[in-house]
Design a protein around this ligand. Structure first.
Ligand code: FES
Ligand SMILES: [Fe+2]
Length: 374
């Protein structure tokens, strides 16, 4: 049974924002890479994006380029993008479709989609060479609600254990079977943590998002996850039959068989360390974050709808996409302004208010993850 508490419940008196070095120092950036992005389960997108055998996507996590590819047997696997001959990157494009093999562009070592080396020109002339000794280096992969996750950890925390707090929590939203109607990539000149902190509070909503504030009061809602790697809760959609769209109305049939209370709620969750999940009655939006540098983050935003919605009269995914594209840009801009101010020598950690309890809880989790918790 899920228990919701007031939005201010997560608040602990006295907590301040993080010191400036957490947003700018190269040492912190290096520690984040090792202890968070090379260790945790990272969301790399949707399983449905790799619809056919041979479909692949290349993602960079923890500073490593990883190929995620659907095999001939239908299974999705992940491999380091590193040839076993002389190390060359195997795939250069961000996404595409391979034939039945992955062939290195340098000297044509050839691997099946499950990573087995099957071709290595002239290596039969090398004493003792055995192709079986040179499969691609595999990366652990798991699927949850139609999302794919990888981890570079040598001994990863079992996915089921890491995601136990979320097990079954969103079943009614049918997320695994939803279909994407749009994706927008953003390049944001701000540290990735500012994006999480921003997503975790709506104190800024009346000021930054006048359009959003009209549809859902910033003081509404309660949280059911307010400590640990997964945080969030819901806000109330004021208008009956409403949603967070340009028109203010639902733009598609419900994503699942939702109980009455969910028909006027939008749920926002942060899934440490790179996924933001927003569950509306009529669509699910998710963001994945890709830190590029201490002051740069690539963000992908995607909108998912009930598969039956496509082709139905009145289905207007753009109503949702345009609403959030505008809202996203307002957020990215203020995150960039925030990053710029934090870079000043005058910046000092400031006090969080009870309306920023989830942002503060996110910081605590971040400090635990990087090993700096007091
Ligand atoms: S480096 Fe890949 S075949 Fe030579
Ligand atoms: Fe915002």
């Amino acid at each position: 049974m899920t228990t919701f508490v007031k939005a201010t419940q997560a608040y602990q008196q006295g907590q301040r924002t993080l010191p400036g070095r957490y947003y700018n120092a190269p040492e912190i950036w290096a520690e984040e890479r090792e202890r968070i992005f090379a260790r945790r389960w990272i969301c790399v997108g949707r399983s449905a994006e790799l619809a056919q055998p041979g479909d692949y996507a290349v993602r960079t996590a923890g500073g490593e380029s990883v190929i995620v590819v659907r095999g001939q047997d239908g299974t999705v696997r992940a491999f380091y993008n590193v040839c076993r001959h002389r190390g060359t990157r195997l795939c250069e494009a961000e996404r595409g479709r391979l034939s039945e093999t992955i062939q290195c562009p340098y000297h044509a070592w050839t691997y099946t989609l499950d990573g087995t080396l099957i071709g290595a020109p002239h290596m039969n002339e090398v004493a003792g060479f055995d192709k079986r000794d040179y499969p691609l280096h595999q990366v652990a992969l798991a699927e949850w609600e139609g999302f794919l996750f990888i981890t570079l950890a040598e001994e990863p925390e079992p996915f089921a254990r890491a995601f136990a707090p979320l097990e079954g929590r969103f079943s009614r939203f049918n997320i695994a079977s939803l279909r994407s109607a749009g994706r927008i990539d953003y390049d944001v000149h701000a540290n990735w943590k500012l994006v999480f902190q921003n997503f975790s509070e709506c104190l800024h909503c009346p000021i930054i998002h006048p359009g959003l504030a009209k549809l859902t009061p910033y003081t509404s809602g309660e949280n059911d996850l307010f400590d640990g790697p997964y945080l969030g809760g819901y806000m109330v959609i004021t208008a009956p039959g409403g949603s967070l769209t340009m028109s203010g109305r639902a733009c598609a049939p419900a994503v699942g068989d939702l109980p009455a209370e969910d028909q006027h709620r939008v749920y926002f969750y942060t899934i440490f360390p790179n996924l933001l999940l927003s569950l509306h009655p009529d669509y699910v939006m998710f963001h994945t974050l890709w830190p590029q540098a201490p002051d740069r983050t690539r963000i992908t935003c995607e909108w998912l709808f009930h598969p039956d919605a496509f082709g139905q009269p009145g289905f207007d995914p753009d109503d949702a996409v345009r609403f959030w594209d505008e809202t996203n840009r307002q957020d990215w801009h203020i995150c960039e302004q925030s990053h710029a101010g934090i870079a000043s020598r005058a910046y000092q950690p400031g006090p969080y208010s009870p309306r920023e309890g989830i942002s503060a809880a996110w910081d605590r989790e971040f400090l635990r993850a990087i090993g700096h918790a007091r």
